[in-house]
Design a binder for this molecule. Sequence first.
Ligand code: GLV
Ligand code: MN
Ligand code: MN
Length: 404
Amino acid sequence: MSSGPMSANALLDELARVGVDRARGGYSRHVFTSAEGELREWFAGAARARGLEVQVDRNANVWAWFGRPGADAVVTGSHLDSVPGGGAYDGPLGVVSALAAFDLLRAQGFTPRRPLAIVVFAEEEGGRFGVPCLGSRLLTGTIAAERVLALRDGDGDTFADVARSAGYEPTHFGPDEETLSRIGTFVELHVEQGRGLAPLDAPLAVGSGIIPHGRWRFTFGGQGNHAGTTLMADRRDPMVPAAEMIGAVRRCAAAVPEARATVGRLVPTPGGTNVIASQVDVWLDARLPEPGKVRDLVAEITERAEAAAKLEGCTVEVREESYEGTASFDAALRDRLAALLGDPPVLPTGAGHDAAVLARFVPTAMLYVRNPSGISHAPEEFAEPRDIDHGTAELARVLRSLAE
Ligand code: GLV
Ligand code: MN
Ligand code: MN
């Protein structure tokens, strides 16, 4: 690894082989897996090669300090974990552009007046344990450590067990007032996850906020049985109300302006071609700009799911796994960045970020780098190298302005 100044594009290239998912395409880099561990090691190495002081906080978030760690810090960064079969940019772009921006500042001979740091948050996507933004939620105390430690991944392993295996002591997880109190300002650069910028012919946007969103788990219970001997009239097949529910998700959400509702994950138990399932778990991701209305939409879908379950002689249990209300980024900070960057577009987003969690505690802003197709959470996610260089240079300007 070079320790000289590097572009964000060159840094991204260094990650290109880590966590490639040959089965799904794209990348699967889930928290505390070997791929994610490799990325953490890579980040710590890249930071140390730049003379940054690396610290891992009690919630497995990795910090790299430009100069002495301290209070009122200007913090930038993102995450290195991914959704299953995700793209190369969601998360890593904010990390590599931060490192490259620090290189630019160093090359300019910049000495910050406020401490400057990069943070890599743990388990932003919830790709392994279902609940997103665990690193920032634990740090800020907005989720209970006991709940997180007991979360199970798809193999039934608890967060506590896999954290321990990865070298993180489970009893350390929890609110971290000391680390939180150091963050004076947080700025996250991210690939855009929609097509807000492409038609505007603009390479970069400033974020205005994030719409409310949450995740719900619907567990349909029935009677497991033989696919060949069980007559249709004798079945209690939980796949049937699960399928009805998926149709209801589309119909109910389509009737609400600006709503987005998705079933992207469905797990039948035991999951055999010639087996009527005994249980089907269906995860609903629902988002909607109007505060309070997300839960109304979920209540309507729940009603439909309950009716469908009853018709099939099945049960259904619904659990809210996460919810994040409206995040409004700090207006003064947003305006300051917009003025500094020559009035780029200011965009809201339907994508969740650690910045939404942080925004409740510290002045927070986001920068979005244009994504020509708008595709994200998929291998086709993309940003042009020149837009990435532009975003990095603008991030450096922002950090310089905030820290000088
Ligand atoms: C994270 O990217 C999310 O919006 O789910
Ligand atoms: Mn994402
Ligand atoms: Mn992200």
